[in-house]
Design a protein around this ligand. Structure first.
Ligand SMILES: *Cc1c(COP(=O)(O)O)cnc(C)c1O
Length: 399
């Protein structure tokens, strides 16, 4: 057995089997590329589910992390640190938000938002205690905690984990009239992904979010957009909400907030919603720690200073054009916005996973989602030549 076979066998023997990874053991990354233990190079078209938008091991984020790790890593929020205020300031300037709550994983940001809007519902909106409802969409993905999977419609994510958290109303994604019909006096918030990533890069009809925004405003409902995957440049804008010219009341970011170096997430909001959380009512030992803040500051800085968001818009259009030019009788649909793209295959093609395996053999890493869809989301630093190469490998694999 070579190194990778040994490592895979050990993982199989000792690890819980809650993932089914492609059998490629990676040991190094730089920009859009990663290398396996046998020295093979791959173009990464998953970017750790959009956590490495800035490219693997970005030198400036690395430098910020190393510098901060040698100075101060964790104080807990029992004391203050000299990085958090700067992160607040820079995030507020970038996104226009007035209040920020830092957490670690994306799921924690979602949980935090749920807690805050429920409390807001009782204390500000006047919803009777215990009656708050949050509208969510079918086929959502917001994370893996018990409350979050309680409103999942994916049997794999939900089944067998009850009893579930109540207080969620599920409606179809992209259907504004269903949304209007679901609102009642106890509705405190709506929690929606601008584009459903895990569901297969599902883009709602034009005008959907404009209408959702109107309905939320008219009914005093907090609009929470989960931009953990769509945010921070992935779709060619800083936040995907900008494509419809709307503003959420609460925006959740994570993943690329650290450029893949460290788990950092945040709830961005106006003063009224996060204002309901008082000392002792919510927190996290690692949330807002100086290492996380220093890494996030550098990750945001390179994202904007190095033109990655603009590059995502230009390269996304170019990549999509390339994918659409592929002649293949197994492709049902090609869709995307910015560098968040998907190729949906005909069911007769026999599933996307075998094509992801074939792409791996050609040096391109991509992830199948929901049986028939190949998701493509390379780091935002990808070049035209690298897109050309990726399209040609995909063409050879599916045509
Ligand atoms: C990844 C993701 C999450 C969960 O983030 P974790 O860091 O894995 O907890 C939540 N929402 C969306 C849209 C995501 O893509």
């Amino acid at each position: 057995m070579n190194t990778s076979e040994k490592l895979i066998a050990t993982e199989q023997r000792l690890g819980a089997h809650n993932y089914k990874p492609l059998d490629v053991v990676l040991t190094r990354g730089e920009g859009v590329y990663v290398w396996d233990t046998d020295g093979n190079r791959y173009l990464d078209c998953l970017s750790a589910y959009s956590a490495v938008n800035q490219g693997h091991c970005h030198p400036k984020i690395l430098a910020a992390m190393v510098e901060q790790a040698g100075r101060l890593t964790l104080t807990s929020r029992a004391f203050r640190n000299d990085q958090l205020a700067y992160l607040y300031e820079e995030l507020a300037a970038l996104t226009g938000s007035h209040k920020i709550l830092p957490m670690n994983s994306g799921a924690e940001a979602v949980e935090t938002a749920i807690k805050a809007v429920r409390k807001w519902g009782y204390e500000v909106k006047g919803v009777p205690e215990g009656k708050a409802e949050i509208i969510v969409c079918a086929d959502n993905f917001h994370g893996r905690t018990l409350s979050i999977i309680s409103f999942s419609t994916d049997p794999d994510a939900r089944s067998g984990f009850g009893p579930y958290t109540s207080g969620f109303r599920i409606i179809p994604f992209g259907d504004a009239e269903a949304f209007a019909a679901a609102i009642n006096a106890n509705t405190v918030a709506a929690l929606i992904e601008p584009i459903q990533g895990e569901a297969g890069v599902i883009i709602p009809p034009a005008g959907y979010f404009t209408r959702i925004r109107e309905l939320c405003t008219a009914n005093n409902v907090i609009l929470i957009l989960d931009e953990i995957q769509t945010g921070l440049g992935r779709t060619g804008k800083l936040l995907a909400e900008e494509h419809e010219g709307i503003e959420a009341d609460v925006t959740l970011i994570g993943k690329a907030l650290s450029g893949g170096f460290y788990p950092v997430s945040a709830v961005l909001s106006n003063s009224e919603v996060l204002g309901v959380l008082k000392p002792g009512q919510h927190g996290s030992t690692f949330g807002g720690n100086p290492l996380a803040c220093a890494v996030a500051r550098a990750a945001l800085k390179v994202l904007t200073e190095e033109g990655m968001i603009e590059n995502a818009a230009v390269m996304g259009d170019y990549f999509l054009e390339g994918l659409r030019s592929i002649r293949s009788n197994i492709v049902r649909d090609v869709r995307g916005r910015g560098l968040m793209m998907a190729i949906e295959l005909e069911p007769e093609a026999g599933g996307a996973r075998q094509y992801c395996h074939a792409l791996k053999e050609r040096g391109l890493l991509a992830k199948d989602t929901h049986d028939h869809t190949i998701r493509l989301a390379p780091p935002l630093v990808i070049s035209r030549e690298q897109v050309d190469w990726a399209v040609s490998q995909i063409e050879k694999t599916i045509s």
